[in-house]
Design a protein around this ligand. Structure first.
Ligand SMILES: Cc1cc2nc3c(=O)[nH]c(=O)nc-3n(C[C@H](O)[C@H](O)[C@H](O)COP(=O)(O)OP(=O)(O)OC[C@H]3O[C@@H](n4cnc5c(N)ncnc54)[C@H](O)[C@@H]3O)c2cc1C
Length: 460
């Protein structure tokens, strides 16, 4: 007979939920996972990081092939084969998903393939009527695409990122609504495989969570690749007919209208809390819609934690995993430390990529921290020049007195890889002098970090 009382129950078996379940199982005998998805694996594997980066990498290879002439190569014809690209994505994702499914279905856990909701502070009810109790619950239900109140948006058959990641044909023309990370990554992907792309962003800059300088580099890159980009707009109306979609908006004080057969709503995601019965369990939510948690991920109900996209504040896989692990350790009476958001690492997988770690200049100024900063451009660096990867820069921020590295930013070829050198430095609280002892190999992209580090060391 299946038990209905557990030490620990996780609702949602994605990246955060699985990390919590695995961690709880280290000390608990009876751990259950409840997930209602038709296919197990979670957002990252099925419809997020992994499929998007698979497609984006193919588009980067194509882009390089199309620049063959610059490299002294003769590649007569390079173009996408959407059906084969789609097949490669499916095969790649299937491998990752199967691995996760095996983990979830292992006899270490009791898996319920159901939707769950709280009916009181200690009990959840599944959609088949089964009631389960636990000493502790973890909510890791992720996020869903949000639909901001733009007139007409709710009534038209727009695409989401799920549809773009599953394309097996090339949309000849598409309007992308939004300028966040997902919007920019998918805009560049679509443009590189050959779609005509119109991108409409409401804020004055795309990628508003990065620095304006970083966003500027990506804006210039997208425009140079032929994206029709509008920033600082107000969306007025969206409609759909047999001819496709029409978007009315204002830009630079003037009314504009654009049309295309396809429309991508990439205006953001919101925490997946609908129908979870949070009130019945005394679980509060923030004005952002995220579940309110303390720094050990405990909700306003001390027997319930939350992690990942549903908890925020950053919708990033490694944060979901860190939160899930620490919450499960805390719930099972083991030492746990809060996530250190002052050493947060973020990556935008455009090309050039953006990598940033630690405190931004904006935050340093807001907190009144005295710092020194130095930057260096990729168009004056040997390895990036020979790679024809001259757009972008690296920047380091260090404490004005101690030289401890507080933050760094890299906008450039493989910036998401390069930033990890500084992620180690920020996390370990290394000084610029420590980092100048590193053997920076020549000629590499990584050695570019030594220039701003030297500049700051000279100033200290
Ligand atoms: C296109 C795209 C690209 C991205 N790229 C990156 C990237 O490159 N790097 C990065 O760090 N992040 C990326 N992200 C974000 C990342 O995917 C998410 O932050 C992460 O996957 C969230 O994990 P999670 O565990 O919170 O939720 P999820 O992985 O979404 O898991 C939630 C699970 O809960 C289940 N569930 C929901 N409600 C219920 C319920 N009531 N009962 C039972 N089960 C339920 C769902 O079925 C699902 O399996 C991307 C996101 C998108 C959309």
């Amino acid at each position: 007979m299946t038990r209905n009382s557990f030490d620990y129950i996780v609702i949602g078996g994605g990246s955060g939920g699985y990390a919590a379940a695995r961690t709880a199982r280290e000390t608990c005998e009876h751990v259950a996972i409840v997930d209602c998805a038709p296919t197990l694996g979670g957002l990252c594997i099925l419809r997020g990081c992994m499929p998007s980066k698979t497609l984006i990498y193919s588009a980067e290879v194509l882009h390089l092939a199309q620049l063959a002439d610059k490299f002294g190569l003769d590649i007569p014809e390079s173009k996408v084969d959407m059906a084969r690209l789609h097949k490669r994505k499916l095969d790649t994702i299937q491998e990752f998903a199967e691995y996760r499914q095996e983990q979830l279905e292992s006899d270490r856990f009791t898996l319920f393939r159901n939707r769950a909701k709280f009916i009181d502070e200690n009990t959840i009810e599944l959609d088949d009527g089964t009631r389960l109790r636990a000493d502790h619950f973890m909510i890791a239900t992720g996020s869903v695409v949000s639909e901001p109140p733009v007139p007409g948006l709710a009534d038209v058959p727009y695409w989401t990122s799920d549809d773009i990641l599953d394309l097996d044909f090339l949309p000849e023309k598409i309007i992308v609504l939004g300028g966040g990370i997902v919007a920019c990554e998918l805009t560049q992907f679509l443009r590189r495989v050959g779609s005509e792309v119109i991108q409409i962003q409401r804020s004055p800059h795309i990628l508003k969570e990065t620095s304006p300088e970083a966003a500027e580099v990506i804006e210039q890159q997208l425009i140079s690749e032929g994206v029709e980009l509008y920033t600082g707009t107000a969306l007025e109306a969206i409609s759909h007919s047999d001819d496709g979609f029409t978007v009315d908006f204002t830009h630079d004080g003037a009314s504009k209208q654009v049309s295309a057969p396809f429309l991508l709503n990439a205006l953001g995601r919101r925490p997946a809390t609908d129908g979870l019965g949070l009130e019945a369990a005394g679980i509060e939510i923030e004005t952002s819609g995220h579940i309110r948690c303390n720094d050990l991920q405990t909700t306003s109900n001390p027997k319930v934690s939350a992690c990942g996209d549903v908890a925020g504040p950053h919708e990033i896989v490694h944060v979901a995993i860190m939160q899930g692990e620490l919450a499960a350790r805390h719930a099972t009476s083991r030492p746990a430390s809060p996530v250190d958001y002052d050493s947060l690492l973020g990556v935008v997988f455009t090309d050039p990529q953006i990598g940033h770690v630690g405190l931004s200049e904006r935050t340093l100024k807001e907190r009144g921290i005295e710092y020194l900063s130095a930057d260096y451009p990729f168009d004056d660096h040997g390895k990036s020049i020979l790679m024809e990867a001259k757009r972008g820069y690296v920047k380091v921020m260090a404490d004005k007195t101690t030289g401890v590295v507080l933050g760094a930013e890299c906008v450039g070829k493989d910036g998401g890889e390069l930033i990890h050198a500084m992620a180690v430095a920020v996390t370990m609280k290394a000084t610029v002098h420590d980092l100048l002892k590193v053997h920076w190999y020549h000629p590499t992209l990584s050695e570019i970090w030594s220039y701003p580090l030297e500049d700051i060391a000279d100033e200290l």
